[in-house]
Design a protein around this ligand. Sequence first.
Ligand code: ADP
Ligand code: MG
Length: 598
Amino acid sequence: MAIRALSDRVISLIAAGEVIVRPASAMRELVENSLDASATRVAVRIEGGGASLIEVEDDGIGIVADELALAVARHATSKLRDDDIESISTMGFRGEALAAMGAVSHLTVASRAKDSEHGASISVNYGKSEEMRPLAMAQGTKVSLQDLFAKVPARLKFLKKPQTENGHHLDALQRLAIAFPDVVFSLHFDGKQKLMLPASDVAARVRQILGEELMDNSLLCEGGRDHSHVKGYASLPTYSAASSSLLYCYVNRRPVRDRLVTAAVRAAYGDSLPRGRHPMGVLFLSIASEWVDMNVHPTKAEVRFRDPYGVRTLIVHTIRDAIMRGGARVASSVHERAAAIVHKTKAPPPTPASMPARRSSQPMDDTPSLPLVMSSQPSPPPPPDDMTVSPQDTTPLTQSPLGDAVAQIHDMYIVAQSARGMVLVDQHAAHERIVYEKLKEQWRAGEVTSHALLVPVVVHMARAEQMALLRAKEMLSKWGFAVDEFGKEAITVRTVPHLLKDVAIEKLIKELAQCLLPDGSDDEKQRAEEQIERMQEAVLSLVACHGSVRAGRVMNKSEMNALLRSIEQTPLAAQCNHGRPVYVEFSSQQLGRFFDRH
Ligand code: ADP
Ligand code: MG
């Protein structure tokens, strides 16, 4: 077949397909135009999920009548001066959004520019421009799209239920609103107000959109290097989500869903988040315009960094620092969930109206009885012990955040009394993290001591595992393991870290080999250093797990208190190496509520 140039109509449809993935992407383009026009108020009205109407009205600088026709033409933009693609500070300059919308809907642009006496409007009906008309209106621009895709059956059938599309509208507008807190936004669905955001500052806007709970469980983080700066709010490790959709990322105030950024944020949490869990929060990256290309993607969701590794490092370090500084703080939601569980266990079936609301007279037959090992009441000073508290610490123990240990239950949990209420600690989880962080510190300082085995231990394993261990030989030696090849399917172990001198070596080495096996991700973006980092964390975590106090070990009061103090002083000690919370706290009010003492 002969080669023919595509017709204008087909070209417009292709462009429309790229720009308008769904009604919400059209809405987003329009709002971005309003923001580029320095609007202080943006009102969005959606009908029928956007299929009937998408309307965006602003009070921005407007478009002069002479340029209205150009605004709706393809590849026309006011945002690029002298073809200087490198320095773009607006939301985008592809100059195809309005043209694309005109190809697949009945588009009307009405605008009155700043110093014009009156406004004008122009319509494009599925690619056909109509006459321009003068119009009386206030300064600003109102763009409306009617009957989107009505004459493009191939696209129409992909529209989802209005409710679903509305969800996308809400999300897209909220994402933009977070980056422009000084702009007033409103959103109406079929005449009903869904969102009204007054002008405010970033913190208040984020709080309004993401909610009190997230903000109360987030850490402020900020950092910069070279050409980039990052600032935002990152959730506590114990406050996570099942997907990354509640992580709002921005590059130069533009919302992005960039894999590199999301992955860097996740990497910053490392082993403080359980597998499959994701951080939430807001992250604003500012990067000098010549170091980032914002226009690689038609819907501008992804960006291209000139120094991706630098950006990753900046994000990882900034967030990690914030988490470390946050110390051993467990999310308030964890405590509340625990309290809710306790409540549920003791609450009787729903009270019929005739029954008194107070249940204090009912027998507590459904309350599980816990065997308590109470330590003798006013306790004498703890006996000297290898785990005692530093003597210069004179504040009463109950004043420390995790309080004074009063009992151990099931040889697993420590019960402590604090000024705020009661704390329940998972001793193994806590100790595991403490050993882990201590090992990391020793390792960084090059202070890992090894223990020479009297007789080298031979460990048999599959060839792949043997190879993986031998490849990591040098790294392992820094950890205190000396391993050598032994035939084709075994290795010998000559030394182990001192901490592990008493553990079952064969089992440990086999687990080690397992975690050194390549993880199958051949993602070229995953650099060698990240691979090594991942392996180190895996090895370390394993060592910490094998080397720490197991559940089931009886602890005396001074040991328990020493453990509580270590948790307070160890960064990341709010969660174990697998990301589970280390303690829960019940406030005195919550305790009161357990017993209906309101
Ligand atoms: P781009 O935004 O990439 O330049 P668009 O097709 O979205 O391309 O818009 C074309 C032009 O129309 C813009 O460059 C701008 O000059 C003008 N324009 C669009 N929307 C508005 C608005 N709300 N206020 C002022 N000018 C606008
Ligand atoms: Mg635009």
